[in-house]
Design a protein around this ligand. Structure first.
Ligand code: PLP
Length: 381
């Protein structure tokens, strides 16, 4: 249907072969591939971090909040502009979400100055999202969290492979939560990773991931244990072997894929910068920050009709999206204006995400650029 979809998988025979091998092994649930994936991911991140693969990023975020000992009534600060998973997990824990505004319409990441205003004696954790793959100002966030004794959780769903001052995103706070959902930079369908430096915390995450049990089905299958103890209550947040095997292949492709994304983003930027009614965030990123270029969001001038713009591109076979709708407008929530996040609200109303994925052809990139240029040259506003 689309000439240029928003995203397409960077998959080939390697992923197929990896899946077939797992099927031939006759072991599907968490086992040796999962351990291999965790080890490879830990080596990729560097710095001796602990990795615990999970069913998805939301499960990792839930685990992070539990291990940060978030209790009903505690406050968790999070960005006003992010995927709803961050908001949902906080609310499902019985904690109070406190939304902090974006830094500016140039830098859509959470504003340290606004966080400072919103921290109270009840604040227990901060969730930082590296939006679109651009790392947050982690030195400032770490300092704030240290000062107020707050757990710093990185939501790294957008920023796998990104880095800040030479350190990989996801290793900069107390806990990092990755997503390997289909449309993320490392795709397995449904998958995630809980990352931390603290060995004891990682052990707890592993217990929590598997009903608090001290042994796994694979251990009993291999005759390593006959029974198990339950050390704490837990859930089933285990990833399986097929997804772990896909993760291993995708991890090998990650850096090249991100480099391709960077090239396409640079092409977009140079071709779209002349348009008066379009602005592109992160024009001058810090030299010490390396983005993973997860998505390519643009901001339309207020007088441009976003619906018309998106329809116009759709009619040319170009898929676009909105990252993200404003939390204040969700019918299941009554957050919003009272939270004082005017910049997030403004961005939500005017942002559009253009297609970006590593296998995008030059022709596809040009198709998007031409369609955008055409919209504005037809004098639409
Ligand atoms: C995708 C995403 C999530 C959720 O990840 P899942 O693996 O689907 O649970 C959380 N936060 C952000 C910012 C995301 O983009």
């Amino acid at each position: 249907m689309w000439k240029v979809p928003l995203f397409d998988l960077n998959y080939d025979h390697q992923e197929q072969d990896a899946v077939v091998k797992v099927l031939q092994s006759r072991w599907l649930s968490s086992g040796s591939k999962t351990l291999e994936f965790e080890d490879a991911f830990a080596r990729y991140l560097g710095g001796g971090v602990q990795c615990c693969a999970m069913t998805n990023c939301t499960a990792a975020l839930h685990t992070a909040l539990l291990l940060a000992d978030i209790k009903p009534g505690d406050e968790v600060v999070l960005p006003g502009l992010t995927f709803v998973a961050d908001l949902n997990v906080v609310v499902m824990m019985g904690a109070t979400p406190v939304l902090a505004d974006a830094e500016s319409i140039q830098d859509w990441n959470i504003s340290p100055a606004d966080i400072k205003k919103k921290i109270t004696h009840r604040t227990k954790a901060l969730i930082a999202v590296h939006f679109a793959g651009f790392p947050c100002e982690m030195d400032e966030l770490r300092e704030l969290c240290r000062e107020h004794e707050i757990t710093l959780i990185e939501d790294v769903a957008h920023a796998v492979g990104g880095s800040y001052k030479g350190e990989k995103c996801g290793t900069l706070g107390d806990i990092g939560c990755f997503s390997f959902f289909s449309n993320k930079n490392l795709s397995v369908g449904e998958g995630g990773m809980f990352v931390c430096r603290d060995k004891e915390l990682a052990e707890k995450a592993k217990l929590f991931r598997s009903h608090g049990m001290t042994s796994m089905t694979i251990d009993r299958h291999q005759g390593k244990s006959l029974s198990y103890d339950v050390r704490m209550p837990g859930f089933n947040y285990r990833i399986d072997e097929i997804r772990s095997a896909l993760g291993l292949v995708q991890l090998r492709k990650l850096d090249n894929g991100n480099a391709k994304r960077a090239e396409i983003a640079a092409h977009y930027r140079s071709e779209l910068k002349e348009l008066k009614k379009v602005s592109i965030p992160w024009q001058n990123p810090q030299p010490y920050s390396i983005s993973s270029f997860h998505i390519f969001p643009i901001l339309l001038e207020p007088e441009v009709n976003r619906q018309e713009f998106m329809e116009f591109l759709k009619n040319r076979g170009v898929q676009t999206s909105i990252h993200y709708p404003f939390f204040g407008e969700f019918t299941g929530y009554s957050l919003g204006e009272q939270q004082g996040i005017p910049i997030c609200q403004d961005i939500s109303a005017r942002c559009v995400t253009l297609p970006l994925f590593p296998t995008m052809t030059k022709g596809q990139t040009e198709k998007v650029i031409e369609s955008v240029q055409e919209f504005f040259s037809e004098g639409k506003s």
